[in-house]
Write a protein that binds this ligand. Structure first.
Ligand code: ACO
Length: 332
């Protein structure tokens, strides 16, 4: 069974409530019909009720039996405004500001997850990554013991000799523009944990750089060296090593030459990029030039699962990310 089918089967085994704040949008409506009819999750659409119903008819999506939450009329809105005010008053949010903010479907849906009225949230067909992350960071915040929210892509490669039978995790490709050594270490540990929990494989984490085992000296390399040390100290039970160049990390013969004593070189299945420029460019190169499927970005480190979509996503992408979010909710 392929990875996505596995996620769908897992999601079906313990139904979770997943909220879609872009409830009036064509792909979301079509995805909601599939998620509901295939019983992948209990889907909740947030938005203007009339608009959702009109658009569902217009786009031929059958949303019968699917819950709609309209922030303008929902009985939850008042409580959410109070909750948001309490959470953000120290940051200058007044009561009347909070009442306005929760009318925004992105904030309303985030409050649903915060209040356990939904187990997870997926958006991004219309909104940017920042539009999803900001309410998440402000309201849901990080899980206990986690300092940094980050993200990973599940890369499904054509060449099955790489990674774990062609599956690899790339991080962070979507959230932290320029992590310091502490943050990079936290990203490495979180991604190793995601590999274990979600992908069910033993992580071999390569901390990527333009240097392998001291071959180059530069402050950018020093950051990766420090992050590697910190990550190893945080989780000595995980196989995390660096600094490694990409070829040393994934090609056995090169790994043997450049970092012979490394337990990860040549067999990495988790790649941790030094910053967002490298990570974002890196996953897109592999997707476009090597024809890999890139699933994500999947967020990690939030207290509850919320996930992003690309604005170019398909209906199928939404269904898939909802299934993964539901499985993350099961594992939470
Ligand atoms: N982990 C934990 N907390 C964080 C993080 C993080 N990574 N980043 C910010 N925070 C906290 C802040 O401390 C702040 O907390 P507070 O308000 O309680 O004090 C809160 O989250 C909000 O922070 P802001 O300063 O308002 O948000 P910021 O301007 O830092 O934006 C964001 C955060 C949205 C994640 C920003 O870093 C960003 O835009 N990242 C890049 C997203 C992007 O464009 N990705 C590329 C495209 S995606 C793709 O191609 C697939």
């Amino acid at each position: 069974m392929d990875f996505v089918s596995k996620m769908k089967e897992l999601a079906k085994s313990d139904l979770k409530k997943i909220v879609l704040p872009e409830g009036n949008e064509e792909r979301n409506l079509k995805a909601a019909e599939i998620i509901h009819s295939e019983k992948i999750a209990e889907v909740i659409l947030v938005g203007n009720r009339e608009e959702i119903e009109t658009n569902a008819k217009k786009f031929g999506a059958n949303i019968q039996g699917i819950t709609i939450e309209d922030p303008a009329t929902s009985e939850r809105t008042k409580g959410y405004a109070e909750g948001l005010y309490e959470l953000r008053k120290k940051k200058g949010v007044t009561q009347s500001m909070a009442e306005n903010i929760v009318l925004d479907p992105m904030y309303f849906a985030t409050m649903m997850v915060k209040n356990d009225d939904a187990h997870g949230m997926v958006s991004g067909a219309v909104h940017t990554t920042g539009d999803l992350l900001r309410p998440g960071l402000q309201i849901i915040k990080t899980a206990p013991g986690i300092s940094v929210v980050s993200s990973f892509f599940i890369m499904l490669l054509k060449d099955k000799s790489f990674g774990e039978d062609g599956q690899m995790l790339f991080a962070d490709c979507a959230v932290n523009p320029n992590p310091n050594a502490d943050e990079l270490a936290a990203i490495a540990v979180a991604t190793a944990e995601s590999a274990k929990r979600l992908m069910k494989f033993d992580p071999k984490v390569a901390m990527l750089s333009f240097s392998s085992y001291g071959s180059a000296k530069h402050e950018l390399v020093t950051k990766v060296v420090e992050a590697t040390k910190k990550a190893q100290e945080m989780r000595p039970d995980f196989m995390i090593d660096g600094e490694l160049q990409l070829d040393a990390a994934i090609v056995e013969s090169v790994g043997k030459k450049k970092a012979a004593s490394s337990p990860v070189a040549g067999k990495a299945n988790v790649l941790v990029f030094p910053d967002l420029q490298a990570g974002n460019i890196g996953y897109k190169l592999v997707e476009r030039l090597a024809g890999a499927d890139a699933i994500g970005p999947i967020c990690q480190g939030f207290a509850k699962p919320i996930n992003d979509l690309s604005r170019g996503c398909s209906v199928e992408d939404i269904v898939n990310v909802v299934a993964i979010t539901a499985v993350q909710a099961q594992n939470a």
